[in-house]
Write a protein that binds this ligand. Structure first.
Ligand code: FE2
Length: 108
């Protein structure tokens, strides 16, 4: 669980850095955590909720990698920042795949 939380914080930092490079985009200072754990959830339900969240993250970041092309990126950020866009997504996608594998193992 520590790895998942650490990676999640790392992803947020990387995404914040990436977003700061997009023209006309401003970061909100305070963002709420999307995962809402109800008190009565057992461990398995919590792991399933995180797994669901990671599947969704993997899907969305994969779409952002595949569908957003360099031509579009060159309109919203400096040319020199474009490799960071793909590198950031590659790192996050790889981590999410790792998380999904870990969660599936934990749920077995
Ligand atoms: Fe994750």
């Amino acid at each position: 669980m520590t790895i998942l939380a650490d990676d999640s914080n790392e992803h947020r930092k990387r995404l914040d850095t990436l977003i700061s490079k997009i023209d006309g985009f401003e970061l909100k200072e305070k963002r709420e955590n999307k995962l809402d754990f109800k008190e009565d959830l057992d461990d398995k339900a919590i792991l399933n909720l995180i797994l669901e969240n990671d599947h969704s993250a993997l899907y969305n970041y994969s779409i952002l990698k595949i569908k957003v092309d360099k031509e579009f990126l060159s309109k919203i950020m400096d040319e020199e920042d474009i490799p960071d866009y793909y590198e950031t997504l590659d790192i996050i996608i790889e981590d999410e795949l790792k998380h999904i594998k870990m969660l599936r193992t934990a749920l077995e």
